[in-house]
Design a protein around this ligand. Sequence first.
Ligand code: GLC
Ligand code: CA
Length: 564
Amino acid sequence: MQCRSTWILICLLCLSLVAASGQNPTKAPDAEGYPWWQHAVFYEIYPRSFADSNNDGIGDLKGIASKLDYLKDLGVDAIWISPCFPSPQVDFGYDVSDYENIDPMYGTLADFDALAADAKKHGIRIILDFVVNHTSDQHKWFLDSKSSRTSEHRDWYIWRDGKGPGKPPNNWISDFGGSAWKFDSTTNQYYYHYFAAEQPDLNWRNPAVKDAMFDVTRWWYKRGVSGFRLDAVDTLYEDPNLHDNPVLPGKNDFGDPNEENKYNDKLPEVHETLRELRKVADEYNAVLIGETWTSDIAELNQYYGHGNNELQLPMDFLFTTVNKLSPADFRKQIAAVDSASGWPTFVISNHDIVRSYDRYGDGPHNDQIAKLMAGLYLTLRGTPIMYYGEEIGMKTTPPTRKEDVKDPIGRTGWPKEKGRDGERTPMQWDASENGGFSTVAPWLPVPPSAKTHNVADESKDPDSVLSFYKNVLKVRRANRALLDGSYVALNENDQNVLSYMRAYKDQAVLVALNMSGAPQTLNFDLSKSGFTSAKSLVATGKSGANGTVVTLEPYGVFIGQLAK
Ligand code: GLC
Ligand code: CA
């Protein structure tokens, strides 16, 4: 998505500024009173692609339920299920036509209740995806809204007159390509859609919209849901005066002019709404995770809110902008996020971005690098959100022909923008024909890599990516320093190895991550903290420690408990 690449550039610039200002990277959290979501490991499930229980080629809720043992064994505490509500599936569930039901392709409300009950028995919480910015154009609110200028729900969406025949109200561009306005001849006005035309934006300035949407969250909390991931929250509000956005040089992958989304992105009004939504969440001890494309720490802090009264876990996409194995870049990034006013959230893959396996992999060492990345984001101070398949080293497998593309942005943007199918392929459970996902051909093909990277085979192999994830998560769960300790950067001038300590009271864990293809030996001077040796908790291959001298194989990981 074009505006996201512009955002990445801006964000890299801002990060260098934050790092240069030398903010304190070691702010320790309070010793006691951690809420559940600070210790939990989250796992995103794209329901179409996780497990297909009725063999129609599409994953479903019963499929998820059948994998709870796997998730528990992996070390997951909460699953975030991408939208599973009734939807015409134009944007694969991100176009919701009923917020209080389950799409028949995924099952029924009874299936959801059964899943929730079973998950509870497994000690796994459920987080749902709340598409707050827009509904489907088939939602009953929108159908009524478009029916007449005086309909009850008219003002639930953003309707405006054009500037003249064939001329939309302003120059705003949709993230999915083309104008963000669609003319509707029933009432001769345009409606606004930041994403696809089938995803009209809700009018959050209308109190009735707020009330209805807040009630949706209550409805699910009462059904046992432990929180929401708020979709596209940045674009909740837009300038009521509809000022044109400033036009930037060049065109995006859809051929539209580049724009700065000055008047339809991250408007200050969003924060008031988040504070109100948070009040409702607090009544249920629920967590709010944000799809927040922040461009710097100041913006991230705004999403935490004053006194942390907005989102507990605004997703740190800043981290996903480090697209190469550069200790210096990661150091800067971690220090910046660690200095923010709330609890960090770390994400390296999701259903909208190329998988981390391909972003960092060099080809020959992909599996080692997948372990390296696990060694990184599962040991930082903060809450990790995994993406299904990351734990087995699933790679991005984009379609090679336009006619195979399912994602709407890939169909419009081909060939420059191939869409997001590549990171949404079915979970690879075993080496059988359809990867153990389904007995029939799935909605997206199972990549050839399922033969080498799958749960069944990797479960048996102590050196697999999966076994490494399990080991790290097991250590993390029981280690107070890894859960709560402050982040202390070590050997900050090292160009090859990223090292840090997680320190909690008199305990500490040393993490050393070799981001180079050559073996490395490191000396740590920890005499100030009184530590004289490190005892391995998890390490790859021959990586290990003698006293505080750590040796790392190429792309090796060493995680060790420090002793005095
Ligand atoms: C978010 C979702 C993405 C979706 C978009 C529109 O960015 O993560 O998958 O296409 O919102 O709902
Ligand atoms: Ca199915």
